[in-house]
Design a protein around this ligand. Structure first.
Ligand SMILES: [Zn+2]
Length: 165
């Protein structure tokens, strides 16, 4: 597959102009994310608002919405997870600036003037994805797990029956 050209942005410039950038990106084009997906079809919707806050910090308000197919860590079958991640990224380039960031900001180090938009989207998605996704008990296909669970629960069901009698 020919990789798409990365879209680079200049956060400082966009923040000065209070720009808003939104669109969608194929999950298939995000290489780090692709590695952990069970199915790479589909897209992520993104919306980025750039601004300078009262402390002169360049801020990116991000919203990413996607449906991703991961692998259930119990039965290894696909599991569909809806992701909706809203963040406020505070840009810094040195430790003083990092300390000045408000607590509710996610720090984003910017060494160069431009940054890849795809990389920002991918980072946000990776942060939002559960490390060990699991089906609900009644949807999971791991019969061994369910069988064990039933054995463990059996003393209680016996008690329940006694109560009814
Ligand atoms: Zn499962």
């Amino acid at each position: 597959m020919v990789s798409e050209q990365l879209q680079t942005i200049s956060p400082l410039l966009l923040a000065k102009n209070k720009e808003h950038v939104e669109g969608s990106i194929c999950l298939d084009s995000l290489s780090r994310l692709k590695d952990i997906l069970s199915d790479t079809t589909g897209q992520a919707q993104y919306s980025f608002s750039f601004e300078i806050d009262v402390n002169d910090i360049c801020v990116i308000k991000t919203r990413i919405v996607a449906n991703v197919i991961l692998k259930c860590q119990r039965c290894l079958k696909p599991i569909s997870i809806n992701i909706e991640k809203n963040s406020i990224l505070g840009i810094f380039s040195n430790s003083d600036e990092l300390e000045a960031l408000a607590d509710n900001y996610e720090p984003l180090q910017l060494d160069e003037e431009v940054v890849s938009l795809d990389m920002l989207i991918e980072d946000e998605l990776l942060l939002a994805i559960p490390i060990a996704p699991l089906h609900n008990d009644d949807e999971c296909e791991n019969s061994l797990y369910l069988a064990n669970k039933n054995i463990k629960e059996s003393p209680f069901s016996v008690l329940e029956k006694l109560k009814i009698d």
